[in-house]
Design a protein around this ligand. Structure first.
Ligand SMILES: [Zn+2]
Length: 293
């Protein structure tokens, strides 16, 4: 991965809120942390993996996604006509108008605001579903007629869960086989689709940041972690960790905070009280961005 400086992360850091032109009116965006962190992470990915977005799967949202990233890339401190607020507003407008499913766009409320309070899934992840379409194959018992059968086509959701203290990948499709009556597992198969990034959800509050796998293998492809988001319950606010090579950076759109986490060591897990950025190693992950290597 191409290195990126902390100064660069600070300069391009997302900011909470925003302003867009919507149906000819100026609309204020609030509670944008459900979209901010993953938007920022996609830009970091474009910076750290050269030409990454030139091999994007050809789906209807591809062009808009590239334009959204370009707005963020063009933040230039030397040019005050393209300051970070303007550029982030354009990036958010691009996402809301051209990538987000119009049926799921938050309505403008009586204060003239569009409120993005909610889940990262509903506000961001589902709208990028086309980039990670796959089939789901059932795995139950050898010799069972259902073993290996495709049970879902064009699914997009992939999860990380913790089972018997191990972090495992799962599809949302699971249950009892109608033939052999055994609990079945599932396998993700990309087929003709070639996703080069995946947004993976984490089963609610079971995996801490230090437990996140650095790489995952799905359908013989290896993906590497670049961002994990955290829902800070005390603040009812999403923040994130950007991981570049061995460095982890804390990102918070509120106040545009960027902080380097100290290197991880097992002692961090044993300490009762953690102060400063190291506490994020022990916080639960909401969703994550992985890219194909
Ligand atoms: Zn079966």
């Amino acid at each position: 991965m191409a290195p990126i400086t902390i100064q660069n992360l600070k300069r391009h850091c997302v900011y909470w809120g925003g302003k867009i032109t919507y149906n000819g009116n100026q609309v204020k965006l609030v509670n944008t942390c459900t979209i901010d962190n993953l938007q920022m992470a996609l830009w970091v990915l474009s910076r750290c993996q050269l030409n990454f977005f030139q091999i994007l799967p050809q789906v209807p949202q591809s062009r808009s996604l590239i334009q959204m990233i370009e707005f963020i890339e063009n933040i230039d401190p030397a040019n005050h006509h393209s300051n970070y607020r303007n550029q982030w507003n354009k990036a958010k407008e691009k996402f809301i108008l051209d990538i987000m499913d119009p049926q799921m766009r938050p309505p403008v409320n009586i204060y003239g605001e569009m409120d993005f309070y909610g889940s990262e899934y509903g506000k961001f992840i589902v709208h990028l579903a086309n980039f990670q379409l796959h089939d789901v194959r059932q795995i139950c018992t050898i010799n069972c007629p259902n073993d290996g059968a495709i049970i879902r086509r064009n699914e997009h959701a992939i999860y990380l869960n913790k089972v018997n203290n191990n972090v495992v990948l799962q599809s949302m499709w699971t249950g009892l086989c109608s033939q052999c009556r055994m609990h079945f597992d599932t396998m993700v198969e990309f087929g003709q689709n070639n996703p080069n990034f995946l947004i993976i959800q984490t089963i609610h509050r079971v995996i801490e940041y230090h437990e996140m796998p650095d790489t995952i293998i799905i359908d013989n492809r290896t993906f590497k972690l670049i961002c994990a988001t955290i829902h800070d319950q005390i603040r009812a606010h999403f923040v994130s960790i950007i991981k570049i090579n061995e460095s982890s950076y804390f990102i918070d759109g509120k106040g545009r905070v960027v902080d380097l986490l100290p290197a991880f060591n097992q002692n961090i897990l044993n300490r009762r009280r953690l102060a400063g950025p190291e506490k994020y190693y022990k916080m639960f992950i909401s969703s994550s961005l992985y890219f194909l290597i």
